[in-house]
Design a protein around this ligand. Structure first.
Ligand SMILES: Nc1ncnc2c1ncn2[C@@H]1O[C@H](COP(=O)(O)OP(=O)(O)OP(=O)(O)O)[C@@H](O)[C@H]1O
Length: 240
């Protein structure tokens, strides 16, 4: 078990943002957290990477309770808002992140070229990030999360602002990573993206209302789509 979330609740003031979440995620799966805006997805993944702590309960990654600094190198995290230095080029950004993870010399150069190719930005390596479009920044953030070849990737809405064609190619990259034995946790409120996950956790108002493969969730509710299944489980209409 790579991730084990045990009785996790989170309160901000009087608001219960996460309510007694229990979830286990296995090695080598693509796990999707699906839910409308404000459901608590970001709060949960920020806890998994150690940026937040639960009010109650515990999160374990690789058997260690989070937050744990020693796990940093095994985790790749892409936040919802891009953490990039806009006055630097893409290459300089990646060199900086690579250095944080101790990547050096030819290996570092090779990894930078590989991740830029995966996100289809090879031609824009030397461009200043300030001149990147929103979608390009998203892709560069993804590239930086992949640089150090983490075993577990936690991606908060990785394909927002990315067009459907490129979204496909990024997903094929996700499948390649899975084939290499990596585990991916992806938050989304896009239904077609949810269909691509091995398993899904449906979240509404801080409650994990259902967990299963897209096929199981549809079958159990007699639904034709994940969207219908989500509604059948008591989810609210998603935004586009
Ligand atoms: N630091 C904070 N202080 C107070 N409230 C917060 C904080 N962080 C999140 N919240 C609240 O917690 C709730 C869940 O937010 P969260 O960002 O986890 O949702 P989400 O499912 O990721 O939504 P989105 O898809 O829009 O990012 C929201 O009502 C939000 O306002």
């Amino acid at each position: 078990m790579i991730v084990s979330i045990k009785n996790v609740s989170k309160r901000y003031g009087k608001q219960d943002v996460l309510k007694n979440i229990n979830l286990e995620i296995e090695s080598g799966e693509i796990f999707g957290l699906l839910g409308p805006s404000g459901a608590g997805k970001t709060t949960l993944v920020r806890q998994l990477v150690g940026l937040e702590t639960p009010s109650e309960g515990e999160n374990y990654l690789f058997g260690e309770m989070m937050p744990s600094l020693k796990l940093i190198e095994r985790i790749g995290y892409m936040a919802q808002s891009d953490a990039l230095y806009t006055e630097l080029s893409a290459k300089e950004n990646l060199e900086f992140f690579a250095s944080l993870f101790g990547l050096k010399g030819t290996h570092r150069k090779k990894r930078i070229l590989e991740v830029m190719q995966l996100v289809d930005l090879s031609e824009h390596l030397n461009k200043l990030v300030t001149n990147y479009s929103g979608g390009m920044k998203r892709r560069l953030s993804l590239a930086s999360a992949l640089l150090h070849e983490p075993e577990l990737l936690i991606l908060d809405e990785p394909t927002v602002g990315i067009d459907p064609v490129l979204r496909q190619s990024i997903w094929s990259g996700f499948y390649d990573l899975k084939t290499q034995g990596k585990t991916l946790i992806v938050t989304t409120h896009v239904m077609d993206e949810a269909e691509k996950c091995d398993r899904l956790g449906l979240i509404r108002d801080g409650v994990l209302i259902a967990v299963g493969t897209p096929a199981e969730l549809k079958e159990k509710t007699g639904s034709a789509s994940v969207e219908e299944a989500f509604l059948a489980y008591g989810g609210v209409q998603h935004e586009n």
